[in-house]
Design a protein around this ligand. Structure first.
Ligand SMILES: C[S+](C)CC[C@H](N)C(=O)O
Ligand SMILES: N[C@@H](CCS)C(=O)O
Ligand SMILES: [Zn+2]
Length: 777
């Protein structure tokens, strides 16, 4: 690893909001792009000041001077311009760090409140932490990479815009939800949406990378939303508490990764106590623990209050001691415990609310005191929620931190957003209704424009004979409503190009060309809106509101053989797992670095080929997401006869895989395949069937079968969407007309009738965006 890695933004573009490019969902209305980011609160370790982050705003109050504080930002540098996702005073209290969706990390010096450093991240930032010594700031981007910035003495004295950070560890494409240094600064802990907490040794020379993994804390069954260290008296390293979407709080010996105790808080609190309507129990959204572990406060999504736990460190028990109910309509979205005064500060709020303007976002602060060291003392002695005039800083602080809070007007909206919560369970993503439109048959449309594909390279031939025709077809699909363009690399292989006399370098350049052509089409399409000529098409599709992703196609080995064997998987016994890996390796590497948003493994006929892909993804350390798309000709198994269960479980096992499904399969099998696969994976489901005709590989022609007509195909789209498919398009013999009709059908599915449904859909769609696409952009 290089000692320093430039992550320079090339001016304003990178840091500017790029929601249109990032967002892979269909969005009918501009305001549907809004994402609910929770209000955050952090307190100085000596309770000198308190900060609330809401939207892009940092609101600060000096508790010592009883006055509000104005931050002094970089004079020429960028300020926060999008939702702040993490705000953190280090343990020393010397600095405050803030970071978020605008890809900026800002470090503020807490005696002068100057911004002393602005770091440009190249992805949105999900978590930030400051080391005990104040010498390092770590931040996590949404790709799952943790970066480190060193602060030296001079930093505290001057403003500096620094564009350098060093990647120190990674979570392999999983979004990091929380990041903290251990209290002794020996470790750095990072938790992710893939259920794990990684404990990494924080090395003596951390800017050279933190490679030594101390442990993984594995046991949560859903995303890890929060964690906190605690060190009871007499204990050397301490313990770690974590909360999760699986509705549990767990206690870990983080040195060994051993799970010591689990408290099923959601079950214990009981369904009557929270306001949710979902199946199962609600996620734990936040946890605050006093430094000695005697106070453990837990926030649960949609719970009007907090849960206090008691922990027996020696006998490894963790149980609910008390549920403290707050007044109606108060759902804390974020909390912080002051170790000094043992006051729990809570905030409720969100960065965008459907009924309120973007400026002056309201929040509601509550402060609780009267915690007991011995949980049995809670019997009859609840912690006390302070009245507004009893809160440190009083009404002055509240008016500063809460914004234009008008109880009667806004509390209900605020509560709705808070109740909707910060994290959604992973398994709800695809059921939430978010969806994107995949394009249709590229080769089919090339043929419609006169292309002759009777060639071993099939559509890939046009990468060197007429890339402009490919671009035109991509544009036709975008105009028709596609959100995802699949590149012309399905049958483009290094081996295939070499057999046509191209050199190795030229062959690799042709692979890259397939992605470039699709990117150029996207630019043209979106450039129309920049030039002000954006109009809604007759289908109501506006390029301004129409995000586009590029999926680099990788066809199976059978496609290269050009004998139709991608529809049987019958490659002969001499073709082993190693043969397939050797065949696919270099192409995968080249395409994964060509600028695509995702790799589309298409028309996978067999388990062995899926296995080859999975092994290559790991061995080649592929850094972009992928989808796995199988073919079936009976609606039960995949075409080779391998079981769907086996194939789906192979695909499901890999973090890179964000969606699993079927392509180039007859529409008549799609519904049953969706129903089967939804039981086998929590990942997104994709389907892009062909017309139902059969392919004759000798004649290289499609022949009618008793398939379902194009018209019928479209009439199934809503049903497939309802059954759980999130990404829907067409494969061979489908056309821009098919895609136009699919986009129309799916848009019709998005007509929320009630305002709360609207909010729900909005939140869910954005989470779908988070999990599938935007984080890798
Ligand atoms: C998806 S099939 C229709 C692609 C063409 C096939 N591999 C062939 O070369 O005949
Ligand atoms: N993506 C390819 C077909 C795969 S079967 C194409 O559309 O030409
Ligand atoms: Zn196809």
């Amino acid at each position: 690893m290089e000692e320093t890695t430039e992550i320079v933004s090339d001016g304003g573009d990178e840091a500017a909001p790029t929601a249109g490019v990032e967002n892979g969902m269909i969005e009918e209305e501009k305001n549907m792009d809004g994402e609910v980011a929770p209000a955050l609160i952090s307190i100085h370790p000596f309770e000198k000041s308190v900060v609330v982050a809401v939207g892009s705003e940092l609101r600060l109050f000096n508790l010592e001077g009883n006055c509000s504080v104005s931050l002094i930002d970089d004079p020429g540098g960028p300020s926060h311009s999008d939702a702040i996702r993490s705000v953190n005073f280090g343990a020393s209290g010397r600095f405050l760090a803030s970071a978020g969706d605008d890809k900026l990390v800002k470090i503020w010096e807490t005696s002068s409140w100057h911004c002393i450093r602005t770091v440009y991240a190249d992805k949105r930032v999900s978590a930030v932490a400051i080391s005990l010594s104040g010498r390092y700031v770590a931040f996590a981007d949404k790709f799952g990479v943790v970066w480190l910035v060193g602060l030296d003495e001079d930093d505290a004295k001057q403003t500096k815009v620094d564009k350098k950070a060093v990647p120190i560890l990674g979570h392999y494409c999983s979004i990091i939800t929380r990041l903290e240094f251990s209290p002794d600064e020996r470790f750095i802990a990072s938790a992710d949406r893939d259920f794990k907490i990684r404990i990494t040794v924080f090395p003596k020379q951390p800017l050279k990378g933190a490679h030594e993994i101390q442990s993984f804390c594995l046991g949560h069954k859903d995303f890890v939303s929060c964690f906190a260290f605690a060190c009871p008296p007499g204990c050397v390293h301490g313990f770690l508490f974590s909360g999760s979407g699986d509705s549990t709080v767990r206690l870990w010996d983080f040195i060994s990764g051993l799970l010591l105790a689990t408290c099923e808080v959601g079950t214990k609190v009981g369904s009557l106590q929270y306001n949710g309507t979902e199946d199962g129990y609600p996620p734990v959204t936040d946890i605050c623990v006093s430094s000695d572990g005697s106070i453990i406060a837990v926030a649960i999504q949609s719970l009007r209050g907090i849960v206090l736990l008691s922990c027996g460190f020696s006998d490894r028990t963790l149980s609910v001691a008390k549920v403290v109910t707050l007044e109606d309509n108060y759902f804390p979205t974020n909390m912080v415990l002051s170790s000094l005064t043992q006051r729990l500060w809570m905030v409720m709020g969100a960065s965008n609310l459907p009924t309120l303007s973007a400026t002056q976002l309201p929040t509601r602060i509550r402060v609780m005191s009267g915690f007991h060291k011995d949980p049995s003392d809670y019997n009859g002695h609840d912690p006390i929620t302070l009245e507004d005039n009893e809160v440190p800083g009083g009404k002055k602080l509240l008016s500063e931190l809460q914004g234009s809070f008008d109880v009667t007007m806004e509390e209900a909206a605020l509560a709705a957003a808070a109740a909707a919560g910060r994290w959604r369970e992973r398994r709800h993503h695809r059921e939430a209704g978010g969806c994107a439109v995949i394009d249709g048959g590229l080769a089919t449309e090339l043929e419609a424009h006169g292309a002759d594909l009777k060639d071993p390279l099939w559509s890939a031939k046009y990468l060197f004979t007429s890339p402009d025709l490919i671009k035109k077809v991509h544009l036709d699909y975008l105009e028709a409503g596609a959100n995802i363009l699949i590149t012309a690399s399905y049958q483009a292989t290094i081996q295939g190009f070499e057999s046509r006399g191209f050199s190795r370098e030229e062959s690799e350049a042709l692979l890259r060309r397939s992605v470039e052509v699709a990117c150029e089409a996207r630019e043209i399409f979106q450039g129309r809106s920049l030039r002000g000529s954006d109009r809604c098409s007759k289908d109501g599709i506006s390029s301004k509101q129409h995000p586009v992703l590029i999926a680099a196609s990788i066809g199976s080995y059978g496609a290269y053989l050009a004998d139709g064997s991608e529809y049987s998987g019958n490659y002969g016994l001499q073709v082993t797992l190693e043969t397939l890996k050797d065949f696919h390796r270099r192409r995968l590497q080249v395409l994964s670095e060509a600028g695509a948003d995702i790799i589309a493994f298409e028309t996978i006929p067999s388990k062995i080929e899926a296995q080859a892909y999975i092994e290559l993804l790991q061995e080649c350390n592929i850094k972009i997401p992928v989808w796995f798309s199988f073919t079936s000709n009976d609606g039960i198994n995949i075409v080779s006869g391998d079981s769907l269960t086996d194939c789906a479980s192979i695909a499901d096992s890999c973090d890179n895989v964000v969606a699993i499904g079927f392509n180039c399969t007859s529409p008549r099998y799609i519904h049953s395949l969706i129903l089967s696969i939804r039981k086998l994976t929590e990942k997104l489901i994709l389907i892009y069937p062909n017309s139902g005709e059969s392919y004759d590989p000798d004649k290289k022609e499609w022949v009618a079968s008793n398939g379902v007509s194009g018209e019928d195909f479209v009439s199934y789209v809503s049903k497939w969407h309802e059954a759980g498919a999130s990404l829907i398009g067409g494969c061979c013999r489908t056309t821009p007309n098919t895609i136009r009709a699919i986009a129309k059908a799916l848009r019709k599915d998005f007509h929320p009738s009630k305002p709360d449904q609207e909010l729900h859909n909005d939140i869910e769609r954005n989470i779908l965006k988070d999990s599938f696409l935007i984080d890798y952009a």
